[in-house]
Structure formats: structure tokens, C-alpha cells
Design a protein around this ligand. Sequence first.
Ligand code: ACO
Ligand code: OAA
Length: 372
Amino acid sequence: MTVTRGLEGVVATTSSISSIIDDTLTYVGYDIDDLAENASFEEVIYLLWHRQLPNKVQLEELKNQLAENAELPKEVLEHFKMYPINKVHPMAALRTAVSLLGLYDEEVDLMDKESNYKKAIRLQAKMPAIVTAFARIRKGLEPIAPRKDLCFAANFLYMLSGKEPEAIAVEALDKALVLHADHELNASTFTARVCVATLSDVYSGVTSAIGALKGPLHGGANEAVMNMLSEIGTLENVDTYIREKLEKKEKIMGFGHRVYRKGDPRAKHLRAMSQKLTELTGEPHWFEMCTQIESIVTGEKNLPPNVDFYSASVYHSLGIDHDLFTPIFAVSRVSGWLAHILEQYENNRLIRPRAEYTGPGMQKYIPIEQRG
Ligand SMILES: CC(=O)SCCNC(=O)CCNC(=O)[C@H](O)C(C)(C)COP(=O)(O)OP(=O)(O)OC[C@H]1O[C@@H](n2cnc3c(N)ncnc32)[C@H](O)[C@@H]1OP(=O)(O)O
Ligand SMILES: O=C([O-])CC(=O)C(=O)O
């Protein structure tokens, strides 16, 4: 047996959803740069689920379906009030709420294509309401019902703050959602596929994926980046802080990637947004700190920033609590998870690799009375 640590370079499935070839990311053959500049998040959802861009009628239909399914059952809202709310990380709340939603979906165990697609709509539609309701309830505020006249990104910001968001904030969040939507066989997507390859249900697949995204080596890195920036505090402290970490062989959050070598094509879009938004909010130091960190880490380690690095200062500039950054990633990435879950069901085979055993050889059972 040959063991490939972390399954690096192992091709575990075929997929027609997204590809990363020579550091170029495409969704269904559309370059991410093109999509980031031109597509809305709703168009991207349609693209990932149908493998084609929607026409106007198809897009309207999807938007209506999402709007009609955006409200949470009251049981889920009530459940939040039972959590030890100020000790719970929003990713744990999101994971639990998605699992809970499965209890209230009467079609949860129906496995035909149409039922699974309807569940995908319901889950995608409800993700913003889960994150924003939790964020408000923990501050003692009432959750805000979604509005049917707002786009997906605007609705998220509206449900979070209760105010109609400015156009620039909607544009920034919409672009961030487009950039995070799918990424081939990343850890959380793989987790979702492994789960549903047992023919488990859509809610179980997404619940598992949220658990995988939460970790700081994956989606949790965006919150960790903001924690690092806050800890550094000022531009003057950057040099010493980063060099000391590198000397101690500690990881700098938001840098490195398993697949990209030259660089993550999404980072430049988030970098530009970070520059614009931090200037607008009168806090350009966050962006200046980031560029200085980037120049040290690329210079010393030849490691480029990944999608999580500049997204942190973008979300901070939108006034979003730092521990909601990873849940926002999930609000977007669930579109990719769902596309992969539906694709897995279409051509399923149980995913079950092997492990090379490294424990002791054959041993004889010793009764407990005779053990030292
Ligand atoms: C959406 C996403 O999930 S994007 C990734 C988000 N995660 C992060 O930003 C966390 C920081 N980055 C990392 O931990 C890694 O780069 C990962 C997890 C993204 C990729 O990990 P792997 O492909 O397994 O690379 P691995 O961790 O083995 O690193 C290879 C080498 O680069 C170094 N390295 C990798 N990332 C970093 C980093 N961020 N800072 C400093 N050194 C790093 C490692 O220390 C290691 O060095 P060594 O060979 O001298 O021991
Ligand atoms: O693909 C990966 O390993 C990590 C990921 O999800 C991303 O970069 O968006």
C-alpha cells in the first residue's frame, strides 16, 4: 500500500462542476475572473446546479423559489433561544440548525432527483436566515424576516442589520459569495460527498460539510486572519509579529493552499475590494497591514494569499462580527456542496478508502482481572 498523506494529488472522483487547472479556477468552464466581474450569486447557484447559465426566466424562477423558501420554521428560531447562546460559535449553531431543519423537512428521506433538488432550494434559501437570526438573537434582538424584493446578498445584510444595505455593500458581498461558491474537491465538499455516498440524506451531507469547513485550516481561516490582524493592531507591529511567527515555524493564516502554487485567482478580487472598502470606512490600516503581511510572507516563504486572507478585512469593513465570517463562507459554499451532493447521487458509489495499519501485531485477549 502507498499512503499519500492528506490524499494530496489523489483524484477521488470525476465532476463537471468546477475545475482548477494550472492555477485557473472555472465553474462549469467559466473563468472565475469573468464570473466575479459579471455574474450574480443567484446566477452562479443556477450554473452550479444546472451546468449552464440561466436565461432571464430561469433566473427569475430560481430567485422566486429562494425567496419563497427563505423563512425558518419557528421551531428552529425557538431552538436558538435554548442554546448557551454566548458560548456557542456561530458555525456550531449553523451546523446544529441545518441538522435540525432536516427534522422539519417531511421529504428528508425521499431520494428521487426532484425531491433532492427541492431540498437543495430549501436549504440554500434558509442559510442566510439561520446565520442572521442566530447573530441577532445572541444580542438580544429579534430576528428579521427575509424580504422578497431583495437579492440574496442584500437580504443577508438586511436580515443582519435591519437596515436596507448600501449598493456598495451588496456588490461586495455578492462578489464574495460568487468567489466562494465552489472549489472542486476541497475538504468540506469531499466530506459532503463521502457522507451522501452512503445514500444518507442532503441535510446530513451539508451538516457534515459545515463541520469540516469550521476548522482553521479550511473555512475557519478567515476569522483567524481577522483575529491575527486585531492582535497585530498597527502597521508598525506587522514586521516583528510576522517574522517571529515564521521563525517559530507557525502558520500565517490566509496563506498557502493545497492546490494553487503560483496563487489563488480569487485573492486579487478580494484584495481590490478590501482596498476600496477600508478606504471608504476610514480604516485603510487594515488593508495596509494586509499588503505588508503579504509582502513578507511571499518574500520569505513564497506562499501567496488564499481566498480567506483579504475576505477578512472585506467582511470587517461591512460591519460584520468576526465570528460570522466562516458562516458567510458556508452561506456561499453550500451552493457548491449541494451541486456535489446532487452529482454524487447521480452516479453513486460508496467512498471507502483503506488505511495502512501501524498498530501492534496479533495479541491475545487478557481478562480484565489479569491486566496490570
Ligand atoms: C478556503 C480554504 O480552505 S483556503 C486555506 C485556508 N487555510 C489557511 O489559510 C491556513 C493556513 N494555511 C495552511 O495551513 C496550509 O497552507 C493549507 C492547510 C492551506 C494547505 O496545507 P498543505 O497543502 O497540507 O501544506 P502543509 O501544511 O503541508 O505546508 C507545506 C509547507 O508550507 C508551510 N506552510 C503552509 N502554509 C503555511 C502558512 N500559512 N504559513 C507558514 N507556512 C506555511 C508549512 O509549514 C510546510 O513547511 P515545511 O515543508 O517546511 O514543513
Ligand atoms: O480547495 C481547497 O482546498 C480549499 C477551499 O475550499 C478553497 O480554497 O476554496
